[in-house]
Design a protein around this ligand. Structure first.
Ligand code: 3HC
Length: 311
């Protein structure tokens, strides 16, 4: 029975078809998707914090409204992705506990501080830009609920990137001090943004299997390269420089060469000792605790609804 199911699954993957929640799937496929989709959701939820800190300090009402909309979008992306992850059989409370207990990962980039308003621009342009490069191929992930969630998320992500670019453009064409603030934010964000794509392919234990299962369509290094090729001309248009002396066009490769990234720092950040890991998790745990009454109220209401319906 298992071999027939396995053959059917293998045929679906070979035909580049979708795997849906009720289809038979290898437990390892279920497990790696639950891992990736839930950690993607955790990234969206934690990713709200650096930007939320700047909502009350936005320089204008227009910027404040845009930033609020962006943070709300990220909350929504998180909820989509938890819903997609739940279709694989793990309840949301369990996924959430994995985050709160420190067991589950979330994107390394959010363990860096957002020091100035210009960071809102660097996050939008670089972090959401990297997220787009990573998420567009995920729209074609073999697991149906994940790919479909990505389509909606990618549409909103391009608005996120655009508003970030505009913030940096305004600052880099403002006073000398504003231009410096924008350059400083890009200097601090560039390296960690390139690391969002994951470790080098040679050090990526999940990539091989994820690519065979059409979850990951391109390798970490391929997407990182695509991102670098995209932001070099954008940085020129911004009038800002990327902090990488080894960045230069390689005619032979048809891509930009770029410098070594600090993978020791990366490993220490994803192991919990980045600049902001402690405060991000404290904030998340407090928010979960403070939100308990909402969950209790919703459960009490749902129970009453069911009792009423049962009468
Ligand atoms: N931050 C934290 N952990 C990372 C990481 C990163 N940037 N890159 C890799 N890792 C972890 C992996 O999760 C894996 O650990 P695990 O097995 O315990 O999960 C380990 O490092 C080895 O990495 P692999 O390359 O083998 O792992 P993957 O094949 O899963 O590739 C990935 C990593 C490219 C991040 C992939 O999981 C992926 O594409 N995830 C979905 C995209 C995502 O999470 N994006 C978050 C961006 S933030 C965001 O979208 C918010 C924005 O809107 C502001």
């Amino acid at each position: 029975e298992n071999s027939v199911d396995q053959q059917h699954f293998d045929t679906l993957i070979a035909d580049d078809s979708r795997i849906e929640p009720r289809d038979w799937m290898p437990e390892a496929y279920r497990k790696t998707l639950t891992r990736q989709v839930s950690q993607h959701a955790h990234s969206e939820i934690i990713g709200m914090q650096p930007e939320a800190n700047w909502i009350t300090r936005a320089p204008s009402l227009k910027r404040k409204a845009i930033l609020m909309a962006k943070v709300q979008d990220e909350a929504g992306h998180g909820l989509y992705l938890y819903s997609a992850a739940e279709t694989l059989g793990t309840p949301r409370e369990v996924l959430n506990q994995q985050l709160l207990s420190g067991k589950a990962k979330y994107s390394s980039i959010f363990n860096y501080p957002a020091r100035t308003w210009a960071d809102m621009g660097a996050i939008g342009w670089l972090v959401d830009g990297a997220a787009i490069c990573n998420q567009v191929p995920l729209c074609r992930a073999s697991y149906g609920p994940y790919g479909r969630a990505m389509v909606r998320i990618c549409k909103e992500e391009s608005f996120h990137q655009r508003q970030g670019w505009e913030i940096l453009y305004e600052l880099s064409h403002g006073s000398e001090e504003q231009k410096q603030m924008a350059q400083d934010a890009v200097n601090r964000t560039y390296g960690p943004a390139l690391q969002m794509f994951g470790p080098p392919d040679a050090d990526s234990p999940n990539s091989q299997q994820s690519m065979e299962w059409n979850i990951k369509r391109f390798s970490n290094d391929e997407l990182r390269q695509r991102f670098v090729d995209m932001i070099v001309p954008q940085a020129e248009a911004l009038g800002l420089t990327l902090p990488d002396a080894d960045l230069k066009w390689n005619e032979e490769r048809g891509h930009y060469d770029y410098g070594q990234l600090d993978w020791d720092e990366f490993m220490s950040v994803i192991k919990g000792s980045g600049p902001c890991n402690v405060q991000r998790m404290q904030r998340r745990r407090k928010a979960h605790h403070d939100g308990a009454w909402v969950r209790e109220a919703a459960e009490a209401y749902a129970k009453r609804q069911m009792q009423a319906a049962a009468q």
